[in-house]
Write a protein that binds this ligand. Structure first.
Ligand code: PMP
Length: 409
């Protein structure tokens, strides 16, 4: 795979021209939200300028155009993640969090009870952790956590111990948004399936950054967010195997998701519309499909290589410093992000100094509070990379850290 032409990619992202009093923006908060290329911005603008209308219902021309584009967007997203069932297996939600809650409520409330177990990992995002924790409280099920070892990897022996015939659901993050660990999700899927458990994979940090094939993983459910993959905010995806989505009751009720309604009862529309109650995320869904086109035009292999090379470079540069502890596995085994803790300087102070240098990072617990507690750090600073980032920007990060060190030492 050929290297990316980063300069021409940067030209496609208008926000990267921003400066703060002459200091250029160095955007290293991509794990939180990625920036948006012209192609995607134009898709949204084109929708509102030319064919904005509600979908599925009206018979007028605009509604037909919007409906076709919206429905086809599901097929495009299905293709992007290797879901051969097409639109029937792709539900548009608000974000990864809503995708998780959809399964937790629609499947979990109906299927879980006392004696049943849900197996998570210690590196789950709150989107999974809090959701399954609360559904377990409602149903009497028990939640168990696969341990993270000293190197920031899952203890797979522990996983094999924890996943038993009592396990009904394994919910695991594909790529940790804090540690940068890439988890062996297809191995975990095999273990789960050996015990007749389902597996939900949180792909919020994988789909934007690497080629993902949900069928090769054999995930039963899979979730991700548009806003982390060059798409707009407001749209996320819930993939589910068709037979599972078919058997599930809806999570939200209302218009659009029904087939026949009487005063006494109702029946549900076909997949995926059964899970998309009310007016859906029309322009956002269409723009998400555009983001898939955009990323495929670059090539996900190349997207992946660029991100991991930058992360390895950042890892190496940060390792030069005795006062910096990097969370998670070594340089060439991590995804496109590096979280770290700096002695004597709180992550919020680090990010403030970085911000004064135009460098945007995330500081805090990154929605993994229990993991931070376990690691014994109250907060960390996270630099996360994408297709438009450069080595020079990693250097700018390191230079700004020097300043923080001098100021607070
Ligand atoms: N899971 C992971 C691994 C994430 O990184 C994030 C975003 N920080 C989420 C879930 C939640 O995504 P969203 O806020 O779009 O629902």
């Amino acid at each position: 795979t050929e290297a990316l032409d980063v300069e021409s990619i940067r030209d496609e992202f208008p926000i990267l021209d921003r400066e703060f009093d002459g200091t250029p923006l160095v955007y290293l908060d991509n794990a939180a939200t990625s920036q948006t290329p012209d192609q995607v911005i134009d898709s949204i603008s084109h929708y509102y300028r030319h064919y904005n209308a509600n979908v599925h219902r009206g018979l007028h021309q605009l509604s037909q155009e919007a409906s076709i584009a919206y429905e086809e967007a599901h097929d495009r997203v299905a293709e992007f993640i290797g879901a051969s069932g097409g639109r029937k297996e792709v539900v548009f939600t608000k974000n990864t969090t809503e995708s998780m809650n959809t399964v937790a409520y629609a499947w979990g409330l109906a299927e879980l009870g006392p004696g049943d177990e849900v197996v998570l990992t210690e590196m789950e995002h709150h989107a999974a952790l809090v959701t399954w924790q609360q559904i377990a409280k409602k149903t009497g099920a028990t939640v168990k956590f696969v341990e993270v070892d000293e190197d920031g990897r899952l203890d797979m022996d522990h996983a094999r111990e924890l996943i038993t015939d009592d396990t009904e659901m394994v919910s695991v993050v594909h790529v940790s948004n804090t540690l940068g660990t890439v988890n062996p999700v297809s191995e975990l899927a095999d273990i789960a399936h050996d015990h007749d458990s389902l597996i939900f994979v949180d792909g919020a940090q994988s789909v934007p950054h690497m080629p993902v094939d949900v069928e090769a993983i054999d995930a039963d459910f899979f979730a991700f967010s548009g806003h982390k993959m060059c798409g707009p905010t407001g749209v996320g995806v819930l993939y589910g195997k068709e037979h599972l989505l078919d058997a599930m009751q809806p999570y939200l009720y209302g218009g659009m998701m029904i087939e026949k309604v009487t005063f006494e009862d109702s029946t549900w529309h076909e997949l995926p519309w059964k899970f998309e109650a009310g007016t859906p995320v029309i322009s956002e869904g269409i723009a998400l499909a555009e983001a898939c086109d955009y990323l495929d035009s670059i090539g996900m292999e190349r997207v992946h290589r660029h991100g991991t090379e930058l992360a390895a470079y950042a890892y190496d540069r940060l390792q030069e410093f005795d006062d910096i502890e990097i969370l998670g596995p070594g340089g060439d085994e991590r995804a496109a992000l590096v979280s770290f803790d700096m002695d004597n300087v709180h992550a919020h102070d680090v990010s403030e100094i970085l911000n004064a240098n135009g460098v945007a990072v995330r500081a805090g617990d990154h929605c993994t509070q229990p993991l931070h507690d376990k690691l014994g750090v109250s907060a960390s600073t996270r630099a996360s990379f994408y297709i438009y980032n450069t080595r020079e920007e990693v250097d700018a990060l390191v230079d700004a850290l020097d300043q923080a060190r001098e100021l607070f030492a």
